[in-house]
Every structure is written in structure tokens, then in C-alpha cells.
Ligand binder design. Sequence first.
Ligand code: COS
Length: 388
Amino acid sequence: MSNALYSLTPEHEMIRNTARDFAQKEIAPIAAEFDESGEFPYETVKKMGEMGLMGIEVPEEYGGAGMDTLSYVLALEEICKVDAAHGVIMSVNNSLYCYGILRFGAEEQKKKFLTPIASGKSIGAYSLTEPMSGSDAGAMRSQARRDGDDYILNGRKSWVTSAPVAGYIVVFMLTDPEKKHRGITAFIVEADRPGFTRGKKEPKLGIRASATSEILFEDYRLPAANRLGEEGDGFKIAMTVLDAGRIGIASQALGISEAAYEASIAYAQEREAFGQKIGQFQGIGFKIADMKTRIEASRLLVYNAAMAKERSKTTGERFTLEASMAKLFAAETSMFCAHAAVQIHGGMGYSKELPIERYFRDAKITEIYEGTSEIQRLVIARNELGLK
Ligand code: COS
């Protein structure tokens, strides 16, 4: 395929190859086992940190690899092609945690809260959702009250990726409930302070090796120095960070699609039925054609969104539209490809002996988290119709 819309530098090729080698050598042999047990893959995540994969865009002075957004999505795609659970741990760390602090944090906060996470010594998370507020993020109820030089946080947050293992979490709470979304404030929560507890791990359909749980705050006291941005800036920070997060999830979806596609090609070229390779049947060939076309379209949208985010570092312009289009299309493509891959593999696609059924279970979440496909359509439509 020609890459007319994007060009990769030797550094891009290098990070892609490094992530690919690591995923194939270190993650592929353990992915099925960790999916089955639902255990968190500490060892491989630690190694990813040592390789710079947990803070790819974070400058080296704050413990990161100091690379660009395209490097980030190329590496993430390779990890997700082998295991989407490792991928989401990496994505949340890079784009939901590090990006927010890099973009909105004060110098002291960058030094203190980025370095351990970008270098992979600790794990970062992001917490917006609550039991009664998911898509309607502004409807949250958790509250933070100012008390001298501190804030006191109370509430319950849910579906927090990496919460069971995170050392630091960017959390959004109401500081002025009357003002609704304009009364939301962001905080960098340190998990080792009293008043913070983690709920039980969610038993999930897919991305099972990533750990997800509720977090609870009971009179949790935090210095005002841990506030990210000003009081009332929280909703905009949450949305800006989600724009970045959605590019990560789009890359994850792209990786899953490619894995499902490559397995399908190999199977169609090898499996025989009615005296010929099944790839020679038009019914299979057309599925392959649709998978390939949608994957390449996803890739262009994902890389385009990555480049828009990269440009925003100098222009400050939003990349909301590019991120939402990439996430919407890549997520639906991953579900399409995983579904087709199961069908092409027949009974073997349904068996735990092959990773195909894992791709199928993992793909579904990309249409749900960090904004459902319905939310992406809403964002795109509002943008195009000039409603926002
Ligand atoms: N970047 C920066 N600012 C943004 C923004 C973005 N991407 N999206 C919205 N805003 C700003 C708006 O400009 C508006 O600013 P003002 O207060 O100055 O007018 C403010 O935020 C409120 O925006 P809006 O009125 O569009 O808010 P809504 O309550 O209608 O919500 C959606 C907008 C639905 C798009 C938002 O709530 C959303 O993305 N929901 C999904 C949340 C999600 O992804 N949850 C998963 C959590 S992570 S697992």
C-alpha cells in the first residue's frame, strides 16, 4: 500500500519495530493465560515502562520517551495486535493520565506526577464515570470541598481502568454543584492516602488482563497543590483529555482488526473444504476484501488524528473531530473484522485454542469506552452542523 497521506521517519519505523518485537516475544506467549485468569500482567507492563512505552510523548526530563503522537499510535497498534489488554493499560497511562498533566499541569506537578508514571515505575489512571453518569459525564455527583489548603473528596467513581493497580489517578469531581459542568474540577489523586479505597474488580467480557474497578472516597484529604487546572476547568480538561484517549482506543481497535485479519488470511489460505482452499470461495474472499478496505480506512483516520493531535501541540487547536471519527470508524471496523474472523474460522473461531474468540470479546469494548459509538456520532454531528 502506498502511504501517500502519511510518511514514517526512521524513528517511527524504529518504535514500531521495537513494540512489535516486544509484543511478539514477550506478550504473545502469555496473552491467553492472563486473559483466562484475569490477572494483571505486572511483569510485562513493567518492561514496557523500562522501554519507554508508558510515556511515549512525555519529554525525557519528566521520565518519558519524548516522541511524537504518530510514534505513540504506531507502538500502541503493535501491542494491541497481540493483546488489547496490555494495550489499554498502555493507552490509559499515556493518553488519559500523562497527556492531561502534560497539557494542564503546573511545572511542579509535571515533575512530581509525570515522572513515576511515564517511566513505568507506577501506573496512572483517569476517573470520570460514576454509577449514574457515563455518557452524560456532566451529571456526576461526587464532590470535593475546599478546606483551607486542602480539598476533601467524597464520592464513588466506577469503571476506572487500572484502578486496582494505579498509584495516581486524575479524578473529576464537583466543587460547585450549582454550576453543573462548569463546577467540575480535576484532581491528581494519590492512592496511598487515607480515605481512598478500591472496589472489587469488574468481571469483564474482554480485555480481561486489564484491571477495572470502582474507587471510593470517604473524607479523602488532598492538598490544593494536587488540583489540576483551576476550579471549574474540570469538564473541559476531561473532554480534551478524552479527545487524546479516543485516538489511543482507535489505535487499539486498529490493532485488533489487523490481528483478526491476518489470522483470517492465513486460515483462508490453508483450510480446505469441498476440494479447495476456503479463500477461493467468493463468500470468504469478499469478507477479506471488506476487512482489508476498512482496516486501511481506519489506519488513515487513526494516523490523521495522531497528526492533528501533534499539530495541536503548536497551534493549540482542538482535534475533537479527527479523534471521534477515528474512534468511531476503527471501533466499528474492529467489531466487523473480529466477527468476520470468527465466521471464517468456523468452529475454530469459537474455540479458546485460538485467539480469534479473544479478539471478538476484546473488540466490543472499543465501541463502548472513552465514549460510545453513539457519543462519537453525536460529537461529529454537532461539529458538522455547527451546534457547538
Ligand atoms: N474539548 C474541549 N472542550 C469541550 C469538548 C472538547 N472535546 N467537548 C465539549 N467541550 C466544552 C464545550 O465547549 C462546553 O463549553 P462551555 O461550558 O464553555 O459552553 C462544555 O464543554 C460543555 O459541552 P457540551 O454542552 O457539549 O456538553 P454535554 O453535556 O452536551 O456533553 C458530550 C458533551 C456528550 C460530548 C460529553 O459529555 C461526552 O463526551 N460524553 C461521553 C463521556 C465519555 O466518553 N465517557 C467515558 C469515560 S472514560 S471510560
